[in-house]
Design a protein around this ligand. Sequence first.
Ligand code: ZN
Length: 352
Amino acid sequence: MPTSFPPIFDGHNDTILRLHTAKSDTNYSFFRDNEGLHIDLPKAKAGGLGGGFFAIFVPNREPMSGFPGTQGSSYAMPLPKPLHRTYAMNFVTGMAARMLRLEAESGGQVTIVRTADELSAALDTGVLAMILHFEGAEAIDRNFDTLHVFYAAGLRSLGLVWSRPNIFAHGVPFQFPSSPDIGPGLTAAGKALVRECNRLGVMVDLSHLNEKGFWDVEAISDAPLVATHSGAHALCATPRNLTDKQLDAIAASGGVAGANFHTGFLRQDGRSKEKTPLTEIVRHVNYMVERMGIDHVALGSDFDGATMPTDLVNAAGLPKLMAALQDAGYNAEELAKIANGNWQRVLRATWK
Ligand code: ZN
């Protein structure tokens, strides 16, 4: 069944974090099927996952109490504290090294892609394509020294913030229901960072950024606007989703938004519940396609970082999602755009 659909390129996962922070007795390996992981190589092959943005994310030093939306349909968690840069730098370096080792140990089954040609070649040949992506710029300094070093190591995508403030920008908190218009826009350093990313050809990711920051990037950036893992705010009023105006701006820029699969960002009631059908993802894709057009919508699973719909489970379930999209009326050409074509177009326009 998977071979009947085009390979899926996905906007966001936290698999490297899960591998990096796993307790030693877990014995996870990316190269075999692990019960606790949404993505590993066997599941990617079974599900037709051709690759995606593999996030490098630095967890909070103090644990957050309870995942948002598990307690009730409205919640407001305090913004996590900013990270110390040395801590972030050490953590990011360790995760990036893990990703580079994973590629080296894969015997050619995994490749960290740095150009649009490398990405399309990997998708054509069935080599799993990873984009080295930072979710939050805490490890980047004001002089951009680390940005340049990590670029040389393969960094091609940068989220200015996760849901906590840093020297560049302010993220949206975990609360529901809520507008994303919370807090100030980019700092002067944040604006300079966007320009430097444009110059280098590093994609700037708008997911997790607050609304004023979003409009600052829209005004500054000369690349298509991208939100790697965010759905439609009109359907689920979390500030992690995009308002109609934001969806319109992404489409107008020639960009793309990857619909998030996290049940707490899909459901109208905002609850994180496994007992949620994958047709909730289709509902967001349909809304976004109607609003933005077929050229601007893709997938941004949040695998290994969120609560998946019960009938999707993990990456091996992706053919079920493609079948549900097909049932919703998308033809082969449209499915190919959602699966990987839109990502390929946007990255070709963004990367140098
Ligand atoms: Zn995220």
